[in-house]
Design a binder for this molecule. Sequence first.
Ligand code: GRF
Length: 221
Amino acid sequence: MPEFARPLEIAVFVSAQGRGSNLQALLDGCSTGQIAGRISLVVGTSAAAPALARARSAGAEVVIISPKRFEGDEAGYGAAILRALNRRQIGLVCLAGYMRKLPEAVVTALPGRIMNVHPALLPLFGGRGMYGHFVHEAAIASGMKVSGATVHFVDEQYDTGPIIVQAAVPIEEQDTPADLAARVLGAEHQSYVRAAALFAKGRLRLDGHRVRILEYGEEHT
Ligand code: GRF
């Protein structure tokens, strides 16, 4: 069982194209004290990600763990990630535009400690291949009047883990996928900060596939 630092040390994972707006929301949430924790580590899959500049200017350590270097060696990729997390006693991992499935060993090692944000109201419009504009195109084509953001715990599949926080936004008649993406992004930022803040306060409890948000004072019972 790994040791977790107090106050909470958070790692954020981003992928190659990551622009890092969710990372920025989490950095801001920590610096304003809304999230009782610190983003001490940002893990990128490639040195080119624009998100990494945001991480560095906020003083977070940046580590590149390239899945390409571990092609065909999921165990090696997972072990490299776990070494980086354990060295810093990371207690919460936030995936923010990390476009891959985490190695199973990582998911298993940190049960209930890995979150992801998805730009739709799961379980709708999730799963393999549902990312970026594909999600918003599908939401508009469905005829639904709302879409939104979901923050959920990560399990071994894409987008199926227990839901922590959701926020809905309207789908307007004239919306393009880009219009909807921009509206949903604001909901993502708010939802992610709220989910991380609740986690840091010990207010999230897994109850089967449901996540209960504990009242103040209930945390230690
Ligand atoms: C977000 O839309 C998130 O839901 C998805 O990837 C995008 C990342 O955006 N998983 P950003 O890099 O945080 O701006």
